[in-house]
Design a protein around this ligand. Sequence first.
Ligand SMILES: C[C@@H](C(=O)O)C(=O)SCCNC(=O)CCNC(=O)[C@H](O)C(C)(C)COP(=O)(O)OP(=O)(O)OC[C@H]1O[C@@H](n2cnc3c(N)ncnc32)[C@H](O)[C@@H]1OP(=O)(O)O
Ligand SMILES: [Co+2]
Length: 134
Amino acid sequence: MIGRLNHVAIAVPDLDAASAQYRTMLGADVGAPQDEPDHGVTVVFITLPNTKIELLYPLGDASPIQGFLDKNPSGGIHHICYEVDDILAARDHLLAEGARVLGGGEPKIGAHGKPVLFLHPKDFNGCLIELEQV
Ligand SMILES: C[C@@H](C(=O)O)C(=O)SCCNC(=O)CCNC(=O)[C@H](O)C(C)(C)COP(=O)(O)OP(=O)(O)OC[C@H]1O[C@@H](n2cnc3c(N)ncnc32)[C@H](O)[C@@H]1OP(=O)(O)O
Ligand SMILES: [Co+2]
């Protein structure tokens, strides 16, 4: 069911510093910050030849990444995103298998303008999973 790795997301305590570090120290192709108010984050995408890195910083007072950053003040890998062809079929399969689909199971439009869903990290070996329909 899952296909390519779309991105690995890293929550960061300082978005400008992290962007500059990837651009200058690692020589990466770093995009501009994008506010995603529906998701409570500001994101910066870094394009690698085979996948993307998503730098995440909290936006607003109810960001879903605030607790993670409080526990990991120097930042950390926050989620990985796998591509799926049909997000509703994927959701229904996961629910039937007993996984917890976050956000009431209703896809939201993600940073690439495509539907996304998140799966509870406690059901997947401590790893928060995002699914993106491509
Ligand atoms: C723009 C978009 C895109 O790419 O298109 C995005 O990516 S938006 C990216 C931001 N959006 C999201 O993350 C949406 C989905 N996330 C959520 O709904 C939430 O962040 C949860 C995953 C439910 C966690 O919520 P909250 O921080 O309130 O958790 P909590 O304090 O209740 O924590 C429950 C347990 O999960 C752990 N936990 C929390 N966040 C975790 C993470 N990212 N990876 C692994 N474990 C994690 C906590 O340490 C805790 O474990 P212990 O009990 O053992 O201490
Ligand atoms: Co993401």
